[in-house]
Design a binder for this molecule. Structure first.
Ligand code: NAG
Ligand code: NAG
Ligand code: NAG
Length: 223
């Protein structure tokens, strides 16, 4: 029965020795003197500064993000409004003084003459575009309409077809390339040429020249 007591003594002495050794390096000994406290203060300050900076950085990026998204929204709005104005829903009936032909309303302007560019702008102002022609049949019936309007006083009329660079081909103002299998253009294809219609024909003319012009608006097809 004596042996366990001895063990207990040994254990106690070991723990007390451990306590002594740990007590010989107390934590407050790591920082001694005013220079060490200054260092701790500086470290603290740096941490606070870093926190403040990151808060500022975060709020700045949030503000930038909000502004960016609102700008993007604005751009989308403008784009939507633009497509709205260029792709207006088709008319149910033609405006006064416009003529209905197939699924279009045609504005035939023959009291003044303008360059191709100015004619194109005039159609835009009237919320329409220069005339686009689908095929020979449309051209023939178009000419019938013009003759009916003007009797013997025949003019040349600008339509929405011009020679474009650098593609070097005839192009409709809706962006489609002219198909010479369907319609023919009399005259040379070259820079600064635009197309007029004259007596059931399409003729190449200098864009700067002044002619009458025809605008079109889409008419809603009757179901
Ligand atoms: C787009 O049009 C709508 C109504 O048609 C209008 O409320 C909005 O302010 C317009 N947006 C822009 C950017 O013009
Ligand atoms: C027509 O207008 C376009 C720009 O809208 C311009 O680049 C071109 O030079 C003009 N052409 C003529 C013949 O005025
Ligand atoms: C553009 O107009 C031409 C002539 O009417 C037509 O053949 C072509 O299909 C049109 N293109 C588009 C994209 O509407």
């Amino acid at each position: 029965m004596d042996t366990p007591v001895i063990y207990a003594d040994l254990n106690l002495s070991r723990t007390s020795r451990l306590e002594n050794s740990s007590r010989s390096f107390p934590p407050q000994d790591i920082c001694q003197g005013p220079s060490c406290h200054q260092l701790a203060l500086k470290l603290g300050c740096a941490v606070i500064l870093l926190l403040v900076l990151s808060v500022i950085g975060l709020s700045v990026s949030v503000v930038v993000l909000i502004q960016k998204s609102s700008i993007e929204k604005c751009i989308v709005d403008i784009q939507e409004n633009r497509t709205e104005t260029t792709e207006r829903s088709p008319l149910v009936e033609c405006p006064p003084d416009w003529h209905s032909l197939h699924n279009k309303c045609l504005g035939v302007f023959h009291s003044t003459s303008k360059s191709w560019n100015d004619s194109r702008s005039d159609c835009s102002e009237k919320e329409s575009s220069l005339l686009l022609i689908q095929d020979q049949e449309e051209l023939v019936s178009l000419w019938g309409l013009i003759q009916g309007l003007q009797k013997n006083d025949i003019h040349l009329f600008w339509i929405g077809l011009h020679y474009t660079l650098p593609e070097e081909n005839w192009k409709w103002i809706n962006g489609s390339v002219f198909n010479s299998d369907i319609l023919k253009i009399t005259g040379t294809p070259e820079e600064n040429k635009c197309v007029v219609i004259s007596k059931q024909k399409m003729v190449s003319e200098t864009c700067d020249g002044e002619n009458k012009w025809i605008c079109q608006k889409e008419l809603k097809p009757v179901k």
